[in-house]
Design a binder for this molecule. Structure first.
Ligand SMILES: Nc1ncnc2c1ncn2[C@@H]1O[C@H](COP(=O)(O)OP(=O)(O)OP(=O)(O)O)[C@@H](O)[C@H]1O
Ligand SMILES: [Mg+2]
Length: 447
């Protein structure tokens, strides 16, 4: 709690929501892709995790693109959790776009356009720009104020490396940048010659004695060696979708913030594909095929599936990971019966990963991980009650009783959640089966 102008305000940053999968930190695999029984928040499912690890390895090495992977298994067996694990294991560098199949029906654009945008969000382009920079320690900086008080400021800057020293004229832009960054003698700076932008890299070690005068986060570094004038590489990573939006004449880049991109014309996309391929051939850009994850994929219809088939064949295609808990069922919108509710031609080109049921012991592990994540202390008896409930009802329902039980513990001013707290939650909130039984019993009283 802080106070601003006499008003108490809550520190919003500290309030963190705990997501269903926030305990997942990766896939919990060793260097040789062997899964540990419990690792990175993942429990059991060793075959599925091993397979997922292999996929991650191939994606990282840039060996696969345009493939489809399907994670299939009963409800609550950790399919979505596995996908989150893959996302974490891929790291920040690889684009990972996660969506629920139902999302594409709720946007203003057509289904296939929404899918297309998601596909293109999952492909990154790393663009390297070469620029000329000056890098060295500031020996002296003089910025002259114009005599009249108005007009551009100009001056001179002496830079040195361990091998040389030179004086440079400081133009209007650069002097402004120096003033803004509060550059002074002893700073190690990098100056972009084209834009005049000055970046402070740190302070010279030789100035360490005046440490007290600087903020504690000041970084002390060695004076650079060699030439002052250097070539430097600037790297940006953007997604193809972002390039689409920026170049779409009707939208402009503001649409990136609002997400209101509308339909993007196929001609724009064609142009961009050509341009990106050109950059790739000239060595200016690297394509980073990422991952598009579509959860509950059986909710897509035939039109979407045929779009996916086509999209996977284009040369700018990400890896598609799908998940479903449906056994054999009709493809949405048709009478076509197919395994997992997915047309056979897409299934044929997919690699399928299966998730199996967790043992009671493994379920107990997941409960422990969740309790830790939610900051709840569970009594061993409470844990065994939860595991039992999970076996008799369902895993998801039992998971929610942790937080509910914790509310009862708080009220009773106890340290640990006991079996009786879980029991209270169990009677106050019924699960699907008990609700169904009740409905059947009192059927005639309902409308
Ligand atoms: N093997 C596991 N390791 C760690 N956590 C797991 C594991 N399996 C499931 N969980 C956790 O259990 C909960 C339910 O799992 P999840 O949502 O991944 O199931 P699902 O297979 O996607 O189910 P559905 O078919 O209903 O979508 C989640 O909070 C998930 O993080
Ligand atoms: Mg799921």
């Amino acid at each position: 709690m802080a106070t601003i102008g006499g008003l108490a305000v809550k520190d919003v940053l500290k309030v963190e929501r705990i997501g269903t999968h926030s305990h997942i930190r990766g896939l919990g695999l060793s260097q040789t892709l062997e899964p540990s029984p419990v690792g990175d928040g993942m429990v059991g499912q060793s075959d599925a995790r091993r397979a997922a690890g292999l996929i991650v390895k191939m994606i990282k090495e840039g060996k696969i693109a345009g493939r489809a992977i399907l994670i299939a298994g009963e409800p609550g067996t950790g399919k979505t959790a596995l996908a989150m694990g893959i996302s974490k294991a891929l790291g920040q560098e690889t684009p990972f776009v996660s969506m629920n199949a139902s999302e594409i029906f709720s946007v203003e654009v057509s289904k296939t356009e929404a899918l297309n945008q998601s596909f293109r969000k999952a492909i990154g382009v790393r663009i390297a720009e070469e620029s000329e920079v000056l890098e060295g320690e500031v020996v002296n900086l003089e910025i002259d104020r114009p005599a009249s008080g108005v007009g551009p400021k100009v001056g001179k800057m002496t830079l040195k490396t361990t091998d040389m020293e030179a004086i440079y004229d400081v133009g209007a832009k650069m002097s402004e940048s120096c003033v803004k960054e509060r550059i002074s003698a002893g700073d190690i700076v990098q100056i972009d010659r084209a834009t005049g932008r000055v970046t402070r890299l740190g302070r010279s070690f030789t100035r360490q004695h005046d440490f007290d005068a600087f903020a504690s986060q000041t970084k002390f570094i060695q004076c650079p060696s060699g030439e002052i004038q250097k070539k430097s590489q600037l790297v940006h990573t953007v997604t193809i979708h972002e390039i689409d939006v920026i170049n779409s004449r009707t939208q402009g880049y503001f649409a990136l913030f609002t997400g209101d991109t509308g339909e993007i014309k196929p001609e724009v996309r064609d142009q961009i594909n050509i341009k990106v391929n050109e950059w790739k051939e000239e060595g200016k850009a690297t394509i980073l095929p990422g991952v598009l994850f579509i959860d509950e994929v059986h909710l897509l219809d035939l039109e979407c599936f045929s779009f996916i088939n086509r999209a996977l064949e284009s040369d700018l295609a990400p890896i598609l990971i799908m998940a479903t808990n449906r056994p054999t069922s009709a493809v949405r919108g048709t009478e076509l019966i197919s395994p997992h509710g997915i047309p056979v031609d897409l299934l044929d080109r997919s690699l399928i990963i299966r998730t199996g049921k967790l043992t009671p012991e493994q379920i107990g592990h997941v409960f422990n991980l969740r309790a830790d994540e939610e900051g709840v202390k569970l009594d061993p008896k409470a844990l065994s009650v939860l595991t039992k409930i999970a076996g008799e009802t369902n895993f998801r329902y039992a998971m929610q009783l942790i937080a509910l039980g914790n509310v009862f513990r708080e009220r009773a001013k106890k340290e640990v959640v006991g079996a009786e707290d879980i029991a209270k939650a169990y009677t106050m909130f019924i699960d699907r089966n008990r609700s169904k039984a009740y409905l059947q019993q009192h059927n005639e009283q309902y409308m």
